[in-house]
Structures are given as C-alpha cells and as structure tokens.
Design a protein around this ligand. Structure first.
Ligand code: ZN
Ligand code: ZN
Ligand code: ZN
Length: 355
C-alpha cells in the first residue's frame, strides 16, 4: 500500500512511499544494468513500442490520426492497431495504488494512503525519438490527449490533484527511452502546487490581481523573455531553481489547462516545440524534466494561473541547494534567457516556415 507521509512538524511537506516490492527489486536490477551498459531499453524490450504484446493488457486508450484529425479507437482492427498515433496505458509499476486500505495515522507519524491513478501517455510509436523532436502536430495531439485525461480524472472520486510530468535522461525513474508522459493523481495537493496556489489565493484576495498576470505584464519583451506568441510567453524566471530553467505561461489569465481552446493548444504545441528544440541547440541533449503546474480543479481556494515549468539538469546540486534551499545560478537568468531565446526564436521561425 503506497502512502503519503507528512513531516513531523514542517507544514505541507509530503513524501511518497510507494509500497511496491516488485518495483524495488526491479530498481536494483536497473541500477545494476545501468552500470553494465550505458544503453537504455532498446525497442525489442520496450513496453510502449507498437508490437509489444506484453503491455496490451494495460492499454487504456488508443488514438489514430485520420485526415489530420485525432480520433479515438473504440473497436480496433489489426491494421489500425498498427497505425496508432498516441496511446494511454496504465502504468505497470504504479507509485500510487488504486484501492485504499484506510491506513491513516496522526502526527508525529502522519500518514494517509496514496491512492490514485498512474497513467502513461505515449505520444509516438517511434522508439528512438526525443521528446524535443516530436513534430508540432504530435505535440498538439499529445496536449489534446492530456487535456482529455485531465478532464476525466478530475471527474473521478478521490482525485484532488492531477500531476502531469515527463523527463528525458537518466533521471527518468523507469529508464524507458521511448518518449512518454506520466499522469499521476493524488488525494492531496502536492507541496509545490499548494505553496504556489496559496500565494495566488492570498494575492487575489488582497489586491484582486493575479501574481502571474502581473509578472507577465512586466516580463513581456523584457530581458528574460525567450519569445512570445499570440497566447503564450516563454521566459526564464527572475529567480530560477535550476540553471536554464524556463516557464511557458498563457498570456491571458487562465486557471484550467483543460479548458484551453484547440487554437491555444496548437499555439502551445508550437511554443513547447520551439523552446525544447532551442534548449537542445544550446545545451545539447541534456537531461530535463517538464512539469505542468495546473490548478486543482475542484478546490476554489487553490486556483493558479497554469503554466509549464522546464528544468534542464545540467549541474548537480551541492549541500547548499539540498541542505539550505539556496540555488546558485550560473549563468545568470538573463544570460540563460539570451542564449535560449536566440536559439528558440530560430527554431520557431523554422517551424512556422519563415526561414
Ligand atoms: Zn519503444
Ligand atoms: Zn493570471
Ligand atoms: Zn509553478
């Protein structure tokens, strides 16, 4: 039974303890394999590749693209099954559990069951492609499927938060190279979202204005902007946690990612694609994480201006970062923005066919 534990006394500090022994055994195997060889899973043993029989039991949804439109497959013929564009699986090693055993305990050993859904969204049948290499159309389709799952998950009982995230590189927990996104749900709001959303709520109550809208107003066309489009801005924040960290925010106030229009999603796909390609041009194929900071839709007092945060993992942390929460930024956020901005604007121009 997976559980969430709270710190003895620090508020809003949660840890997740996945109680999945099988996975732990696999993990030590993986560490061992990692030491033996530098190559990660190849397509023959990949559970997300088109011919994988193993994973079909965990398949939740399959989509094809017909005449440029994403369509959900209900009855799959063999041929269509081969030509899928996007698939959604239940994670085979979920870190949260689907049934609760009602194991709660109180401070100082506070715990609650970590119940929820753990899904994997695979945006392409191609095994050896990087997330940054997905086409704008593939990003559009992926974002539409993520939206669809977010809507469905928030309509389910016990789902308080839907966390969407992906990684590239060794820091990806399950070491599968095939590009994929995770969607994990929680019955509690994750600590970072709680902190951000609390600030939004306070600011909206006190001054009536959204702190992200204010931030966007001052950052637009400024030294930390990578570029902006009709609907989105990509920028390096004033005080980033990671070197070269950047955010993508809707320019207009918006709390629900799931309500973004098709036009906005298309624009977002272009922005994500250009900025990730720009990042690769500057940093090479570095490891990175991407996190969607979306609102807990059912909780009115915890709405935030949704955005994406991208964390390139170019340096490791020292005791200063881990032990004190002081993050050393080299280069400066302004220099990072200049490099990432130049490269992403070029990629944007290439993608929209200007050059
Ligand atoms: Zn694969
Ligand atoms: Zn706002
Ligand atoms: Zn955020």
């Amino acid at each position: 039974m997976s559980e969430l534990r709270k710190d003895y006394y620090v508020p809003d500090k949660y840890v997740l303890i996945p109680n999945n022994f099988d996975q732990i055994n696999k993990f030590s195997e993986l560490i061992y394999n990692e030491q033996q060889t530098t190559s990660k899973t190849d397509s023959r043993e990949c559970p997300y590749c088109p011919c994988s029989v193993e994973e079909c039991n965990n398949l939740v949804l399959s989509f094809v693209v017909k005449e440029g439109i994403l369509q959900r497959l209900y009855d799959t013929t063999e041929e269509e099954n081969q030509n899928w564009a996007i698939r959604v699986f239940e994670c085979r090693d979920p870190i949260v559990t689907s049934v609760s055993n009602h194991q709660y305990s109180d401070k100082p050993f506070y715990r609650e069951p970590a119940c929820g859904y753990d899904l994997i969204v695979v945006p392409t049948p191609e095994h050896n492609i990087a997330l940054s290499e997905l086409s704008v159309d593939q990003w559009t389709n992926l974002l539409l499927v993520l939206q669809d799952r977010v809507r469905w998950l928030y309509s389910q009982r016990g789902v308080t938060y839907v966390a969407i995230y992906a990684s590239r590189g060794l820091n990806d927990g399950n070491k599968i190279k095939h590009p994929h996104f995770h969607i994990t749900t929680f019955s509690a709001i994750p600590p970072i979202i709680e902190k951000e959303a609390k600030t939004f709520h306070q600011s909206m109550n006190e001054s009536g204005s959204c702190p992200a809208c204010d931030m966007i107003g001052t950052e637009i066309n400024g030294p930390r902007q990578l570029f902006s489009t009709d609907n989105f801005i990509a920028l390096v924040p004033w005080a980033p946690t990671y070197n070269y960290e950047f955010w993508i925010c809707p320019r207009k106030h918006s709390t629900f990612f799931s309500k973004a229009t098709q036009k906005e999603i298309k624009d977002l796909a272009l922005v994500v694609s250009s900025s990730l390609r720009g990042m690769d041009k500057v940093l090479g194929t570095t490891d990175f994480n991407i996190a969607f900071h979306i609102s807990p839709e059912k909780k009115n007092s915890r709405q935030l201006h949704w955005h994406l945060e991208i964390y390139p993992l170019v340096t490791s942390w020292s005791g200063l970062e881990r032990g004190f929460g002081i993050f050393v930024n080299t280069p400066t956020p302004e220099e990072s923005a200049k490099l990432l901005g130049e490269a992403s604007r070029k990629e944007l121009a290439r993608l929209i066919g200007v050059i």
